[in-house]
Design a binder for this molecule. Structure first.
Ligand code: GUN
Ligand code: FE
Length: 559
């Protein structure tokens, strides 16, 4: 029986058991084996206990007066022992609307890239059909890489932006969703008509977010002046006033490219520098996310640090459109919170694991000029991908590490094992050399330390290493059965073929495990019941699955 099975209508407590890895500080990669983490019905971590083996889980849970709960055991999901729970990754800067252009940037640099590739694509989101298609795909793709929280730019279009908020909520991804404000320097057909209309349309998106998630526990609006050159002083001032008054987050770009910086000097002759343009408008605070910050001066770094403003480091984008190398070490030393951003489609990849890798590589390029002290190490890169991102997005103390009281946004990482059952030294013969591409590109031989396994994952891993928990945990987080779904209790039909689950009807269940006994089985998930996943059943072919409610209408047959 699958470890995720549950038969109760009410949300259930769950104990996750196995190896947990996180970076509670930039210099600490903490690895805890034989660890039982109790997650309560509100998704918060209730306890973290050492537990010698899986059979002792009930004893540990009983210490906390838990008698009924589900269990998810990392090592049961695939053979070998290089599975570990890791905090969900956080993308602090990306453009959902630009996703179709991922990889398409040629030899352009920022300003010509915007005109050639970006504005034409973004302008097409006046079509809600297009928005629906793209936004569903990009949010799903982002989740599939283990990203459980993201700060999104949409476009200027109110309806499409609101749809992005709906999609994030329906798919269970924590998000800041921003309607782009720009009232100059883009095609006339794709810009705000005036400061007043920019404010009005921004407010409409803020109101929509409040209507679908009044507490903002999952979806929050973000005030989004595209960047200084796109906005008149009047618009920047109005958005700054809105920020000061409402305390909603702000996101924008800063100092990405030399031509952009020159343009800002021309357009804002009275401002001391680029950062001051935003500061003068009241847009810099500890609730502001500045993407890039590649070429900030010392004065600007001091100002950003003084305001407590966070920076989204986007190493892939900065390389792709040849913007430069952000001085991450300098920013960190100035006390600036730093997270990672994919910046699709300046960057080509929606994966924050890729960003961690590229942040490591870019820091090494800087080190070739400035010396080894600027190099980031694995724990720092993972810290930026989780804790740093949480701080930048206002989620500090909420997600980013495994700690009692924090919410359990997490994924299960699995690495391919190529050792024999008898131990690493005895691996030989055909089986140890057979490659199952679905296990992902990282091969563990068994003799590596856990720190080395994590390093192999960071440098070589991809979405195939994110096991099914990316869906399951997200469902656990904030599942609203009536939003974006048929509310009539439709079951997802999934089959296991060649040891992998292929999903019909349900895009949220990732490939899962490699248990031979799961072959020719069906997985049923009942989305109709309140409070998260209600049923996950594995049944032999031909069986009829039933809802735990016993409602005949909810039964289904695995064909
Ligand atoms: N500056 C203004 N707009 C953009 C954008 O869409 N992407 C990037 N990378 N920089 C910008
Ligand atoms: Fe960007």
């Amino acid at each position: 029986m699958a470890v995720l099975a549950t038969k109760q209508e009410d949300p259930k407590r769950t104990v996750y058991y196995g190896t947990f890895i996180h970076t509670p500080s930039p210099t600490l990669l903490e690895v805890k084996h034989n660890c039982a983490v109790g997650v309560d019905v509100d998704s918060r971590i209730a306890f973290i206990e050492e537990c010698p083996n899986a059979t002792a889980i009930p004893l540990v849970a009983n210490l906390h007066a838990w008698d009924a709960f589900d269990t998810v055991i990392s090592d049961e999901l695939s053979p070998g022992r290089s599975n570990f729970f890791f905090p969900g990754l956080i993308d602090t800067h990306t453009h959902a609307s630009q996703y179709p252009n991922a990889g398409i940037f040629g030899n352009s640099t920022l300003l010509d890239w915007l005109n050639t590739y970006t504005f034409p694509l973004e302008g097409s989101f006046s079509s809600l059909d297009r928005a629906k298609h793209v936004y569903n795909r990009v949010v799903h793709r982002s989740l599939s890489h283990g990203t459980t929280a993201a700060a999104y730019y949409a476009t200027v279009h109110v309806s499409a932006t609101n749809l992005l908020a709906d999609v994030c909520q329906a798919r269970g991804q924590r998000a800041l969703v921003g309607r782009v404000c720009m009232d100059r320097m883009s095609p006339e057909t794709y810009r705000d008509e005036s400061t007043e209309s920019a404010l009005r349309d921004t407010q409409a998106c803020i109101d929509h977010c409040a209507s679908i998630d009044p507490s903002g526990s999952l979806i929050r609006p973000v005030i989004t002046p595209r960047f200084a050159p796109s906005c008149t002083v009047a618009t920047l001032n109005a958005l700054g006033e809105l920020h000061q008054r409402t305390k909603h987050f702000v996101q924008t770009h800063i100092s990405e490219n030399h031509s952009e910086i020159e343009l800002v000097k021309e357009l804002f002759p009275k401002a001391k520098d680029y950062a001051s343009v935003y500061d003068d408008a009241g847009l810099l605070s500890e609730r502001t996310i500045l993407a890039h910050a590649v070429h900030l001066t010392k004065d600007e770094i001091d100002l950003v640090g003084k305001r407590g403003t966070g920076v989204s480091h986007c190493p892939t984008s900065n390389t792709c459109i040849t913007s430069g190398e952000a001085p991450v070490r300098k920013l960190l030393e100035a006390g600036i919170p730093v997270g990672l951003g994919t910046d699709v489609s300046g960057g080509y990849s929606p994966s924050i694991l890729d960003m961690a890798r590229h942040a490591l590589l870019v820091s090494r390029h800087i080190a070739m000029r400035e010396g080894p002290a600027v190099k980031l190490d694995i724990s720092e890169a993972l810290y930026l991908a989780t804790m740093g991102g949480a701080k930048v997005m206002g989620l500090e103390g909420v997600v980013g590490k495994f700690e009692i009281g924090m919410e359990f946004d997490a994924m299960l990482v699995g690495l391919a094992h190529c050792q024999s059952d008898n131990g690493p030294e005895e691996a030989s013969g055909e089986n140890s050399e057979a490659v199952d591409v679905n296990d992902g590109p990282v091969d563990v031989f068994g003799w590596e330390s856990w720190e080395d396994r994590v390093a192999k994952w960071v440098y070589g891993g991809d979405d195939r290493n994110v096991k099914r928990e990316r869906s399951y945990f997200v469902l656990q987080l904030a599942w609203e059965p009536t939003i974006g779904r048929k509310a009539d209790g439709v079951l997802a039909h999934c089959i296991l073929a060649d040891f992998n689950i292929l999903c019909f009807d349900c895009s949220r269940v990732a490939s899962c495990g490699t248990r031979p006994s799961w072959r020719d089985c069906a997985l049923g998930i009942d989305y109709s019941l309140p409070g998260n996943v209600a049923i996950m059943e594995f049944l032999p072919r031909g069986c009829i699955g039933k809802s735990s409610k016993g409602d005949a209408n909810l039964s289904w047959t695995f064909r």
